[in-house]
Design a binder for this molecule. Structure first.
Ligand code: UDP
Length: 491
């Protein structure tokens, strides 16, 4: 473990959602392994998910403090225990959830005042806009963490600040995203920001933007070689330091770190790892659609049909809250698990995704293109079957399929809105899913080239995180910036 010449104390404040907390905990471990004291604030339910990981890192000598602040559910009218976005049953509770997050500011500041060494920098999620005020109060710099890729953040910015979509006659007509180092098209329907219908979100978005403008820089869980010039372009656009410091999931090197990442693994997971040991290298498709979107049972049945029809070995993750009685009845009536025995396995609950993706038996990833999943697929050198659901996932799909050329689309055209999944029903049919899987595993020239590109990209991802690599060097730059003190020039 490297040590810093002076006491650097970095404070991490994540958004309480798995896709944001998981990479931030990895970041905590990366900075702590370079000698910084790292404090991460969270709430009891979330701390429970990460405690083992943090304890193991502390035992290895990393100076990490995991601080639990009670989540004021009662105060804002949320049911007790609703401390993570993946627990909220409906978007109607979102405003209360953000309200409760805002109420963490005071207790966090109180706790910070009592800390030695005093905090020297805040790295907080983009959603935690109030931490900008906290940083000013303590006279320390703040870096914004975007839990998305720079490619999608730059795309969203460029679409917003241009009239590029004015000429299209429908929400389904593709238009070119301007100002991108490598061009691509998208439709209005697929633009980020379509996940939730929420009236107050514009006000919230404004506050996040203001806080980003006041920050000293922006950090991405990504690596320069993946972003194809977007980092430089975004840096120029916002006039601030923009540093890629990932893929952060690569800090999970030993099996326990990979297996216990983000939550307690489902009891099906051990069985799955043993089964994978018995499978041929690069033969199994891993299908997991993230932590937030709970698709309609009819849509999940189509996914089951597609996996069944493809004839390819598979692991299918059904998350908690999705495996409701309608889907379970279908699985039983169809004798699904019996029929696919030996060829397919279902994990109900939390899958140790990074451990599974790193297994030599996995040959493809059917993903919703959440940014973390996309990067984790890249790290494992996997070609991907892309099924974007919402938020910036259609942009990530364009990156994977058109720019990186390591993916095959299932053909999703419009996003699924949170809370409206059942209304939408089936958007992607089983036969389309089977077709995409078969195209991905195909031994033809296109399939081989795709696998080759995925292998090369995986190699670049690992190099970025090694000493001398782009992301490793960027972590050093962040640390140097912090050590130079608060009077340093911003740009
Ligand atoms: N994840 C996991 N096991 C699961 C589901 C998800 O480990 O069963 C992890 C996954 O590895 C990733 C994160 O949860 O790190 C999900 O983030 P992503 O950005 O891909 O999607 P989101 O859930 O935010 O839509």
């Amino acid at each position: 473990m490297s040590s810093l010449p002076q006491s650097v104390h970095i404070v991490f404040i994540p958004l309480l959602a798995q896709g944001h907390m998981i990479p931030m905990v990895d970041m905590v471990r990366i900075f702590a392994s370079r000698g910084a004291v790292a404090t991460i604030y969270t709430t009891p339910v979330n701390a429970h998910r990460f405690r083992t990981t943090v304890d193991r890192s502390s035992e290895l000598g990393m100076p990490i403090r995991l601080v639990e602040i009670p989540f004021p559910c009662k105060e804002v009218g949320l049911p007790v225990g609703y401390e993570n976005l993946d627990i909220l049953p409906s978007p109607e509770l979102l405003a209360k959830f953000y309200d409760a997050m805002g109420k963490l500011q005071k207790p966090i500041e109180k706790h910070l005042r009592e800390q030695t060494p005093a905090p020297s920098c805040i790295i907080s999620d983009r959603y935690i806009f109030w931490s900008s005020e906290t940083a000013q109060r303590f006279g320390i710099p703040r870096f914004v963490f975007h839990a998305m890729g720079c490619f999608s953040v730059l795309s969203a910015h460029n679409v917003k600040h241009s009239n590029c979509s004015d000429s299209v006659t429908s929400d389904m007509e593709p238009f070119e995203v301007p100002g991108m180092p490598k061009g691509f098209k998208i439709t209005k329907a697929q633009l980020p920001g379509n996940f939730v219908r929420q009236q107050d979100f514009e006000v919230f978005r404004g506050k996040m933007q203001e806080a980003e403008m006041a920050a000293q820089g922006v950090l991405f869980n990504s690596f320069d070689e993946l972003e194809h010039g977007c980092v430089e372009a975004y840096q120029k656009t916002i006039g601030k330091r923009v540093w890629c410091i990932g893929p952060v999931s690569l800090c999970n090197k030993d099996e326990s770190d990979m297996f216990q990442r983000g939550n307690e693994a489902s009891s099906d997971a051990e069985k799955c790892m043993v089964w994978l040991d018995s499978m041929k290298p690069r033969s199994v498709i891993y299908a997991c659609l993230g932590t937030l979107c709970r698709l309609a049972p009819s849509q999940l049945m189509e996914l089951g049909r597609g996996l069944g029809a493809s004839q390819q070995p598979f692991v299918w993750v059904i998350k908690r809250g999705e495996g409701d009685s309608e889907l379970e009845n279908w699985l039983m009536e169809e004798r699904f698990e019996e029929r696919v025995k030996g060829r397919g396995i279902v994990i109900r609950g939390w899958a140790p995704q990074v451990a599974i993706l790193s297994h030599r038996a996995i040959g493809g990833f059917l993903t919703h293109c959440g940014w973390n999943s996309t990067l984790e697929g890249v790290c494992s050198a996997l070609p991907m079957i892309t099924w974007p659901l919402f938020a910036e996932q259609f942009v990530n799909e364009a990156l994977v399929v058109e720019i990186l050329r390591i993916g095959v689309r299932v053909g999703a055209k419009v996003p699924v809105r949170w809370g409206e999944e059942r209304k939408v029903g089936v958007l992607v049919r089983g036969d389309e899913i089977a077709r995409a899987i078969n195209a991905l595993v195909s031994g033809d020239e296109e399939g081989e080239e795709r696998r080759k590109r995925a292998a090369e990209l995986g190699q670049k991802a690992r190099q970025a995180m090694q000493e001398g690599g782009s992301s490793h060097s960027n972590v050093s730059r962040v640390l140097q910036y912090i050590m130079a003190g608060p009077t340093q020039e911003v740009v």
